[in-house]
Design a protein around this ligand. Structure first.
Ligand SMILES: [Zn+2]
Length: 91
């Protein structure tokens, strides 16, 4: 069993690992990295020596297109009808 020491994500500073693994694959791409930051899509190569670790930028997930339609209906506030507070029903 090999343990890869923890690293910090160069993007957000999150701790990655430590990771224990029986076999350490050679990481050549983000998906191969055992220590990954899913948020930044940054993976640390599987070197045990932190000085030899490289960081691999994974592909960004396709972002969902945001609807850029201006919400004009919601822009103008409708005055809420003033209702008197309802009295609780008396028993
Ligand atoms: Zn990160």
């Amino acid at each position: 069993m090999v343990e890869l020491p923890h690293l910090r994500c160069p993007g957000c500073g999150k701790h990655l690992g430590p990771v224990k693994a029986r076999n350490i694959p050679l990481a050549e791409k983000f998906e191969d990295c055992l220590r990954r930051c899913e948020r930044c899509r940054i993976g640390a190569t599987n070197a045990k020596n932190p000085a030899k670790v490289r960081f691999i930028q994974g592909e960004k997930p396709p972002e969902a297109p945001k609807p850029e339609v201006p919400q004009q209906e919601a822009a103008k506030p409708e005055p809420a009808p003033q209702e008197p507070p309802q009295e609780p029903p008396q028993p």
